[in-house]
Design a protein around this ligand. Structure first.
Ligand code: CAP
Ligand code: MG
Length: 423
């Protein structure tokens, strides 16, 4: 069956996917055809059980091929997909096709969702406005830290550090991606202690301070941990969305917890990093916004320690914070209306220190969360001074004061710049 029809005009209610591809031993066009088949109703050979009515209803169309760019677009009838299920969507458009022998490489660059598909999802419960309202922070980035070392501290030690960095000036404290509940730091022990410590810091500072406990684990355990954290007054939960998986994330969102969901993307680079093969972080971030995370790690626009170009980070930030995205051919970004889906707040994290704040703001703007792990806890005078240096750097950038000038009257910032330098 031929799935390629370059005259085909997709209808408004089809899901459109853009792929980048390198065929293996067959023509580009043939390979496009096979990808469309294997990701929908076809297989490697003709089957007598196929009928014209099935094909009419469910056959996708390859309607755009750009061999020079090595890309092509497929329009999929929405009847191929289960309403409200990301696992099923990714078993189709993100499934078998990556392993086909007839391809040297395949990358899913973007997926465009039509309104009738978008309506199957809740999107963020709070969104950017809701998160800012919960923390009472407007007009500037949210300043956060990941308590370090990643794991190994006792609950009491973590609570003490959380209190200090909060009083030092941070708005938000989170668990690291690999801290869940180990014998030296049980979830049920650290959560109440850290929340109590932050309550105390809120009284002392008059500011709201969020704690995002990492609930990642088997779904039943995640549910228990979320309600436990909620019972103790947590405004947030943190989920490692890729190790938890689409089903786990949807389950947690559909509980309608009334808590902000912080999405950590640990593991994404196993398949987002290779520009020739895998799935783009743009696609992952769009799926997370659709399901309904309130904030998600998107990179640091090449300022910090992780891979990810400045353009890529900013395109992802744009995609998750906007209502409407126009198609950008060069970057292989499809048009997307987000309808009633609230915007998701971009989180910049990974290798950041106070000296990087001006460049980070310049590249990503101030509608973000900035997170500093080593860049806070590695301060020569300890985490509290690290928090103060971060705050001083953010205020300097906001007031357009060069950091060296700000550092003259702020020794914590001076010490941070002496240790790590400016960006
Ligand atoms: C940052 C971090 C975050 C990374 C994740 C870490 O710590 O806690 O998990 O930011 O990367 O463990 O590396 P540092 P990304 O501030 O000490 O680097 O945000 O790119 O997903
Ligand atoms: Mg981490």
């Amino acid at each position: 069956m031929d799935y390629v029809d370059l005259k085909y005009k997709p209808s408004r209610d089809e899901i459109i996917a853009e792929f980048r591809m390198e065929p293996e031993g067959i023509t580009f066009r043939k390979a496009c055809n096979e990808v469309a088949a294997e990701s929908s109703i076809g297989t490697w050979t003709k089957v007598s059980t196929m009928s014209p009515s099935i094909a009419k209803k469910l056959k996708p169309h390859v309607f755009n091929i750009d061999e020079k760019e090595k890309t092509f677009k497929v329009a999929y009838p929405v009847g191929l997909f289960e309403h409200g299920s990301i696992p099923q969507l990714m078993s189709s458009i993100g499934g078998n096709i990556f392993g086909m022998k007839i391809l040297k490489s395949l990358r899913l660059e973007d997926i465009q969702f039509p309104e009738n598909y978008v309506r199957g999802f809740r999107g963020p419960a709070f969104g950017i406005e809701g998160v800012r309202k919960r923390l009472r922070i407007w007009g500037r980035p949210l300043l956060g830290t990941i308590i370090k070392p990643k794991v190994g501290l006792t609950p009491r030690q973590m609570a003490g550090i959380a209190h200090d960095v909060a009083v030092g000036g941070l708005d938000f404290v989170k668990d690291d991606e690999n801290l869940t509940s180990m014998k030296y730091c049980r979830f049920e022990n650290r959560v109440p202690l850290i929340l109590e410590a932050l309550d105390k810091a809120e009284e002392e500072t008059g500011r709201r301070i969020g704690y995002s406990p990492n609930i990642t684990g088997p779904v039943d355990v995640m549910e228990e941990r979320a309600y436990y954290a909620k019972k103790h007054g947590s405004r947030y939960v943190m989920v490692d969305v890729l190790t938890t998986g689409w089903s786990g994330l949807q389950y947690m969102r559909n509980l309608d917890l009334g808590m902000i969901i912080h999405a950590h993307r640990a593991g994404h680079a196993a398949f987002t990093r290779n520009p020739e093969h895998g799935i783009s972080m743009l696609t992952i971030a769009k799926l997370c916004r659709l399901i309904g995370v309130d904030q998600i790690h998107v990179g640091t626009a090449h300022v910090g320690k992780m891979s990810g170009t400045a353009d890529e980070t900013c395109e992802i930030e744009d995609e998750i914070e906007s209502k409407f995205i126009t198609e950008k051919g060069g970057e292989h970004i499809l048009e997307q209306f987000w309808y009633k889906i609230k915007p998701t707040l971009a989180v910049a994290s990974g290798g950041l220190h106070p000296g990087m704040i001006p460049k980070l703001l310049e590249r990503m703007g101030s509608n973000i969360v900035m997170q500093f792990g080593g860049g806070c806890h590695g301060h020569p005078k300890g985490p509290k001074k690290g928090a103060m240096a971060i705050r001083q750097a953010m205020e300097a950038a906001r007031d357009d004061i060069p950091l060296p000038e700000k550092a003259r009257e702020n020794k914590e910032l001076k010490q941070a710049i002496e240790k790590w330098g400016p960006a």
